[in-house]
Design a protein around this ligand. Structure first.
Ligand code: G3P
Ligand code: CA
Length: 232
């Protein structure tokens, strides 16, 4: 059967606190093919890696991430004593040893994220081919694509994929990321017919992965990336 891409969802977040350097290191240690992370812009303008709009679930602190400056965010515990990382320090730490899927989680995150990524390519070992960028916000994805056209972009859907042909025409995406809860066989076929890879989120059950693999799915986002790897 074809090889599927295993992407560590928010890092290896089944083992270490999500979207932290510890989770990213764990993903690398488990030999995931790539890391998925969620980026947003905080009040002082830095691009930070964090999933929720509000700080509560992860850090216990009150308020919204976008209202806090970086020093305030850095003082919070994101789990097991880990801090909320910036995109820059994450890219510096990983140094292109593993590919990155950056999900543009908040509005107006595309251009600041593009700048960080461009700098990492200019000054470090990162290459455009090490990245793929996704977003539920099509406008953000488009902005990113216009800023750094050499980096592949992926369409991201929670429910039914819409406007696929028009979006393909505008962005030339390489993949579509579909929600496992909603994925349908015909969507896999349609996406493949349009030349897109199909990556499904979030899959932690090896049996489900096997079923989807047999249907032609090209990759999985998993909190436990090692569970989906074929034993040699
Ligand atoms: O990018 C796939 C997946 O991460 C999207 O959902 O809520 O985990 O960011 P969420
Ligand atoms: Ca995500």
């Amino acid at each position: 059967m074809h090889k599927t891409l295993i992407i560590a969802h928010r890092g290896a977040s089944g083992y270490e606190p999500e979207n932290t350097l510890a989770a990213f290191r764990a993903a690398e240690a488990l030999h995931a093919d790539a890391i998925e992370c969620d980026v947003q812009v905080c009040r002082s303008g830095e691009v930070v890696i964090f999933h929720d709009r509000k700080l509560k679930r992860i850090t216990g602190a009150k308020g919204k991430l976008k209202r806090k400056k970086l020093p305030q965010l850095l003082s919070l515990d994101a789990g097991k004593g880990e801090h909320i990382p910036t995109l820059k320090e994450t890219l510096d730490m990983l140094d292109a040893r593993i590919d990155m899927n950056i999900e543009l989680k908040s509005k107006r995150s595309a251009l600041p994220a593009a700048q960080v990524v461009r700098n990492s390519i200019r000054t470090g070992h990162w290459k455009a081919a090490n990245f793929f960028v996704s977003s539920f916000y099509f406008r953000e994805l488009r902005r990113f694509h216009e800023a750094v056209p050499e980096i592949p972009v992926s369409l991201l859907y929670e429910k039914r994929p819409r406007h696929l042909k028009r979006r393909i025409h505008l962005l030339k995406p390489s993949a579509v990321h579909l929600n496992a809860k909603a994925v349908k066989d015909k969507w896999i076929e349609t996406a493949h017919g349009l030349g897109l890879k199909v990556y499904v989120w979030t899959v932690d059950d090896p049996a489900l992965a096997e079923t989807l693999r047999a249907k032609g799915v090209d990759g999985f986002f998993s909190n436990y990336p090692d569970r989906l790897m074929k034993k040699k």
